[in-house]
Design a protein around this ligand. Structure first.
Ligand SMILES: [Zn+2]
Ligand SMILES: [Zn+2]
Length: 212
């Protein structure tokens, strides 16, 4: 599974330490009046976004990366995701998607769903990784009528001819699992449909790297 540390690493790279410097050096080059107006508009948009629930670090990154008018436009839009970024500023990096293994729950597509959880073959997975290879997982139709699930997860060893789709940020969307390389059938079905559409449009992907 995609490790939560990967997100942490990305956030670390976006650490705000240099932003204040950049703002300061940029402001020095401006006329005093326009600099103060710019700072005021910047500050207003930053406050607007952080009070709307945006991550402090993402806001600073955007403030530095895009033009002020575009930044103000962005600040006026409603925030779509409901992640909790309230402690990111205190921590010096974004921690909204860090995983607590004790409390993390793998999500079904709907809250009342109780369809079974499917695992990749653990022994085969260990063998592939132990031999220094990269495992790929495919979501295949299960044609054996006596089995309960309409799907089964098959492992493949990646080679130079492999064509696959990598699904990232799975933990943030409830598709992580701290206890097993396994996901609910409903989520696998949803992934399978998305990937089939993607494959039809690109004529490429055949496997899904959801568990590497
Ligand atoms: Zn954050
Ligand atoms: Zn489900």
């Amino acid at each position: 599974m995609l490790l939560p540390e990967a997100h942490r690493e990305i956030s670390r790279n976006n650490a705000p330490a240099s932003y204040a410097r950049d703002f300061a050096s940029g402001a020095e080059a401006l006329d005093v009046l326009s600099a103060s107006t710019t700072r005021l508009r910047l500050r207003r948009s930053i406050e607007q976004m952080t009070s709307a629930g945006w991550c402090y670090h993402q806001v600073l990154f955007l403030a530095r990366s895009i033009e002020l008018k575009a930044f103000e436009q962005l600040a006026s839009l409603p925030k779509i995701r409901e992640d909790d970024h309230s402690s990111c500023r205190r921590n010096g990096l974004c921690v909204a998607h860090n995983v607590n293994n004790e409390t993390y729950r793998t999500r079904h597509c709907t809250t009342d769903c109780d369809r079974e959880i499917l695992s990749v073959p653990q022994e085969e997975l260990t063998t592939i990784i132990g031999a220094g290879h990269i495992p790929l997982v495919s979501i295949d139709r299960n044609d054996e009528k006596q089995k309960d699930s309409p799907f089964e997860l098959k492992l493949h060893r990646r080679d130079e001819n492999s064509s696959y789709t990598a699904v990232s940020h799975v933990w943030a969307d409830g598709l992580g699992n701290p206890h097993d390389n396994a996901l609910p059938t409903c989520q696998l079905q949803k992934l399978s449909i998305i990937l089939r559409h993607l494959e039809m449009s690109s004529k490429k992907g055949c496997c899904t790297a959801i568990s590497v």
